[in-house]
Design a protein around this ligand. Structure first.
Ligand code: SAM
Length: 227
């Protein structure tokens, strides 16, 4: 993403201490989610988005070819954790968008709900196991984008099931792959290729397989399109 393209958008580059940093317009002005830095531009408050803290920020910084999440998007986010990345997605989609955040751990989900979801009206938390995507009764219509980051050995199969249940035709998938969670004995490159093939066999077109180093070792993000 070039700086000029992001100028009037909720996701943009900002210059801090002569360095280009990614930032998102704060959906809830004054509200901090973690220890992120605030920067004000033309009276608008932005939250600096650290690629070492968020794999989506790492992917954009490393040159994600297409950012499928924009203002007004509907997102199913699988593996919400405490909501660090979900909060930036909430900033980007704004008040006309919606993000459903699925998290299986009750303890982690409590933190996500209390610190993030309760403060942001465009986040719907779902405390559920992603292995049962049909149990998310709150999702009434199919979403534009599925984002999956669950670090499980069978994560691609789980992700495909989530897409089959909830992703609209023509929608995009962003799936984080941590090679060590899938197979410690294989070269990460081999794991990324195998998981991509599983997505292709399920009908996805792979747009990009992007390694996230130096931000995350042995991780990649796969951008895929469901026709
Ligand atoms: N995406 C998060 C971020 O950037 O802030 C980090 C996600 S963390 C690597 C993986 C999360 O997926 C954990 O919080 C874990 O509890 C959750 N998870 C793992 N298996 C899951 C499942 N079957 N259903 C739902 N969530 C799951």
């Amino acid at each position: 993403m070039k700086e000029e393209e992001g100028r009037a958008q909720k996701l943009r580059w900002v210059t801090i201490d002569n360095q280009q940093k990614l930032a998102t317009e704060n959906f809830v002005a004054g509200n901090k989610v973690y220890d992120e830095r605030f920067v004000s531009i033309n009276g608008i408050e932005y939250r600096v988005w650290d690629p070492f803290r968020s794999k989506l920020a790492a992917a954009i910084t490393k040159g994600l070819e297409l950012m499928p999440i924009g203002e007004g998007s509907s997102i199913l986010y699988v593996g919400a954790s405490t909501g660090t990345t979900v909060s930036h997605v909430s900033d980007i989609i704004g008040k006309s968008g919606i993000v459903y955040g699925v998290e299986v751990s009750a303890r982690v989900a409590r933190e996500f709900i209390e610190n993030v979801a309760e403060k942001r009206s465009n986040i719907i938390p779902i405390v559920a196991d992603a292995r049962k995507p049909k149990s998310y009764g709150v999702i009434l219509s199919k979403v534009d984008v599925v984002y999956a980051d669950i670090a499980q050995p069978d994560q691609t199969q789980i992700t495909i099931q989530n897409c089959q249940a909830h992703l609209k035709r023509g929608g995009y998938l962003l799936m984080v792959v941590k090679s060590r969670s899938i197979d410690v004995t294989k070269e990460p490159r081999e794991v990324f290729l195998e998981e991509s093939r599983k997505l292709q066999d399920a009908g996805f077109t792979i747009k990009q397989v992007l390694k996230l180093e130096p931000f995350d070792k042995d991780h990649a993000i796969i951008l895929a399109h469901m026709l």
